[in-house]
Ligand binder design. Structure first.
Ligand code: IMP
Length: 194
């Protein structure tokens, strides 16, 4: 089975992507390869950060690797928090701090349109290739639900009534931005088996 490193320290993401790639690709976590440092994310774009993270691990372990980066882009905030989603309320902000800041920034706004965007960058000795997944939705006024992470409690995807945090992980993992990017990645990997 093809063995690929997923360059993330985020357990939620690892579980989400493993639930899609399952028995088709042997995913190695950073823990599996014995890496417990921080991977720099200094780009000013989501795509740039994904490429930077994949290259950082590939350069050290010389093994095929992919990394993802995600941002929440809110129309009324001109695309913010975007690439700053993790640090929206400050360097050590919790998920809750970020949600509070977002709801505050949107107070009184009737335009609640937002989208999650994930870019996955795959890096091996031959190429660096990116895969994008986008899901459109709305930011509600009061957080609902306890599942998921990040901005999940305030994001309702178009076509649904529940927030991401009210959905089962199975449903979220079928429709999410990360799922869409991952489906593209796994399709590419399976079409180009080596
Ligand atoms: P990252 O840089 O890909 O780790 O994502 C940046 C930030 O976006 C995270 O810290 C979360 O706040 C948020 N985020 C990423 N993915 C999701 C998701 O699936 N649901 C809710 N928030 C997310």
């Amino acid at each position: 089975m093809r063995e690929i490193i997923f360059a993330t320290n985020n357990q939620h993401k690892l579980e989400e992507i493993t639930s899609i790639t399952k028995d088709r690709i042997n995913l190695l976590s950073l823990k599996d390869i014995g890496f417990d440092g921080d991977i720099p994310e200094t780009s000013d774009s989501i795509e740039g950060n994904a490429i930077q993270k994949a290259a950082y691990i590939f350069d050290r372990f010389a093994k095929e690797c992919f990394a993802d980066d995600t941002g929440l882009e809110v129309e009324a905030l001109n695309g913010a928090p975007g690439v700053w989603s993790a640090r929206y309320a400050g360097e050590n902000a919790t998920y809750q701090d970020n949600v509070i800041k977002l709801l505050d920034a949107l107070k009184g706004s009737t335009n609640r349109k937002a989208r999650f965007k994930t870019v996955i960058a795959l890096k091996n000795s031959e190429e660096t290739i990116t895969f994008e997944g986008i899901i459109n939705g709305q930011i509600i006024e009061t957080a609902r639900g306890n599942s998921g992470f990040g901005y999940d409690p305030v994001f309702v995807p178009d076509g649904y009534y529940q927030t991401f945090a009210e959905m089962s992980s199975e449903l979220k993992n079928t429709i999410s931005h990360r799922a869409l990017a991952t489906i593209k990645l796994t399709k590419y990997l399976l079409d180009n088996l080596r």
